[in-house]
Design a protein around this ligand. Structure first.
Ligand SMILES: *[C@@H]1O[C@H](CO)[C@@H](O)[C@H](O)[C@H]1NC(C)=O
Ligand SMILES: *[C@@H]1O[C@H](CO)[C@@H](O)[C@H](O)[C@H]1NC(C)=O
Ligand SMILES: *[C@@H]1O[C@H](CO)[C@@H](O)[C@H](O)[C@H]1NC(C)=O
Ligand SMILES: CC(=O)N[C@H]1CO[C@H](CO)[C@@H](O)[C@@H]1O
Length: 382
C-alpha cells in the first residue's frame, strides 16, 4: 500500500509549553545555523608538497597483510616537516590491511591520504584477536587531514554479520569493527571514496570538529546488521553532503555530544533512514543540537527522518530542521520514538526521558509504505 503524503511546514514542540510557530529559524540564532557547504576545498596550494607512496614502504600485492608497511609510510608522511604531505595508495591495486591505527599529531601542517587503489579487510575475525575490535582503519588526533582519492574500502563484513546476535539468535552480542573511524580529528575533509560491506558502521566521526564529508558512496546489503552509513558522535561543526548511502541500518545517525550538524543532498536506501539517536541508553545523558537535514531522497527505507530516545535518559535533542525531503515507499516517514528499545531484554516503563524540542518539518513529501506517515510516540511525561 502506498499512501501519498505531503507536509508543509509544521513544528513539533514536545516536553515544553506548547509553543507553536511557523518561522523555520525561530529557534536557531543566525550563528547557530550551519552554513551551506562551499565547494572550494580543492583549491591547489602553491606550497611544497611531498608524496609518500606506500609501494616504497614494503607492501606486498600477494594477498598478505600490508598494515606494517602502511604504518611506516604514515609515520614518514606524518613526521615530514613539509607544508603538505601526501600518503599515496596507488591506483589499480588491492591492498589487504589488518586493523590499522594512524595517529597524530603530525609535524606536517597538512596531510592528505590519497586512496586511489582499493583497501580490503581480512575476512577472518581472528585477525582482530588481541587488537581493538572497534575499528578496521582509524585516524586519531590528526589536524588538517584530508582523505580522498576515488578508491574503495571493502570491510569484508559477511563473517561479522553472520555471527551478529541480530542474525544468529543464539550467538553472544559482541562488538564489531567500524570500517573507517576518525577520532579527535580537526579540520577534516573526507571525500570521493566508496566504502562497502563494513563489519559494523561504515564511517564514524567521534569527537571531531570542523568536518566536511562529501561525495561518498556507502553500500552494504539490506540485511546486514548495524551497518550504519555515517555515524556522528561528540562532533561539532560537521557538514555531510552529496552522498549515496544504502545499508542495513541508519544511513546517517547523529548521537550524543553532536552540535551544528548540516546534512544536505543525501540519497538513502535501503536502510533505516536518517536518524537522530538513539539517545539516553541505560539512563545516560545526551545532548544534540542544531541539526539541519535538507534535500534528501529516501527510497524504501524503514524510517524517513527519525528521532529515537530510550526511556530513562536525560538531556535534550533540540533545534532540529528537516526540510525539502522526498520519500518513496518509506515505512515510517516522520517518526519520533521515545520508547526506542533495541536490546534483547524488554525495556521497562520509566518516566525520565531525553527531551525533544524545537523540531521543524518543512516540505516533506512522498509515499508511505504503511498507513501511518507521522508517528510521534512520546514518553509518558510529554
Ligand atoms: C550461531 O551461534 C552459535 C553460538 O555461537 C553457533 O554455535 C552456531 O554455529 C551459529 N550458527 C551459525 C549458522 O553460524
Ligand atoms: C514497499 O515497501 C514494502 C515494505 O518495505 C515492501 O514490502 C514493498 O515491496 C515495497 N514496494 C515497492 C513497490 O517497492
Ligand atoms: C509506542 O511505543 C510503544 C513501545 O514500543 C508501543 O508499545 C506502542 O505500540 C507505540 N505506539 C504507537 C502509536 O506506535
Ligand atoms: C589546504 C590546507 O588544508 N591548508 C592548510 C594547511 O595548514 C595551515 C596551517 O595549519 C592552514 O592554515 C591551511 O589552511
Amino acid at each position: 500500500m502506498a499512501i501519498q503524503f505531503l507536509f508543509f511546514s509544521f513544528l513539533v514542540f514536545l516536553f515544553n509549553d506548547g509553543v507553536f510557530s511557523y518561522d523555520p529559524y525561530l529557534f536557531l540564532t543566525p550563528s547557530s545555523i550551519p552554513k551551506a557547504p562551499s565547494y572550494d576545498t580543492e583549491r591547489q596550494s602553491s606550497y611544497e608538497k611531498i608524496v609518500f607512496d606506500v609501494d616504497h614502504y614494503g607492501v606486498k600485492a600477494d594477498g598478505t597483510d600490508n598494515s606494517e608497511a602502511f604504518k611506516r609510510a604514515w609515520e614518514a608522511a606524518c613526521s615530514s616537516t613539509s607544508h603538505s604531505s601526501v600518503l599515496l595508495v596507488p591506483p589499480h591495486k588491492t591492498y589487504l590491511l589488518k586493523p590499522l591505527e594512524l595517529q597524530g599529531p603530525c609535524e606536517a601542517k597538512n596531510i592528505t591520504v590519497m586512496i586511489k587503489g582499493n583497501l580490503k579487510a581480512p575476512s577472518e575475525r581472528a585477525d582482530w584477536s588481541g587488537e581493538d575490535v572497534n575499528y578496521w582503519i582509524k585516524f586519531k588526533n590528526v589536524r588538517h587531514l584530508t582523505v580522498k582519492g576515488g578508491g574503495e574500502l571493502d570491510g569484508s563484513g559477511q563473517i561479522w554479520w553472520q555471527n551478529s546476535c541480530k542474525i544468529n539468535k543464539s550467538a553472544p552480542c559482541l562488538d564489531a569493527p567500524t570500517a573507517l573511524v576518525f577520532h579527535r580529528c580537526e579540520k577534516l575533509r573526507v571525500s570521493d571514496l566508496t566504502i562497502r560491506d563494513s563489519q559494523k558502521f561504515h564511517v564514524v566521526f567521534s569527537k571531531c570538529a570542523n568536518v566536511k564529508a562529501f561525495h561518498l558512496t556507502i553500500r552494504a546489503p539490506q540485511w546486514s546488521p548495524n551497518t550504519d552509513g555515517i555515524h556522528v558522535t561528540g562532533t561539532q561543526d560537521i557538514m555531510i553532503f552529496n552522498c549515496f548511502i544504502g545499508t542495513g541500518d541508519d544511513c546517517i545517525s547523529i548521537v550524543k555530544g553532536s552540535k551544528n550538524v548540516y546534512v544536505k543532498d543525501i540519497v538513502c536506501g535501503p536502510g533505516h533512514g536518517i536518524s537522530i539517536g538513539s539517545l539516553g541508553k541505560k539512563n545516560s545523558e545526551a545532548h544534540v543540537s542544531n541539526v539541519v537535514v535538507e534535500k534528501a531522497t529516501l527510497i524504501g527505507t524503514t524510517n524517513g527522518v527519525r528521532i529515537k530516545t530510550w526511556q530513562g535518559g536525560y538531556g535534550y535533542a533540540e533545534n532540529i530542521v528537516f526540510q525539502d525531503i522526498f520519500m518513496t515507499n518509506v515505512s515510517n516517514p516522520i517518526i519520533i520514538n521515545q520508547h526506542y528499545c533495541d536490546s534483547r531484554k524488554p525495556c521497562y516503563q520509566q518516566n525520565a526521558a531525553v527531551a525533544v524540542r524545537g523540531v521543524r518539518y518543512k516540505n516533506i513529501r512522498g509515499t508511505s509504505a504503511t498507513d501511518i506517515s507521522v508517528n510521534f510516540n512520546c514518553s509518558s511525561t510529554c
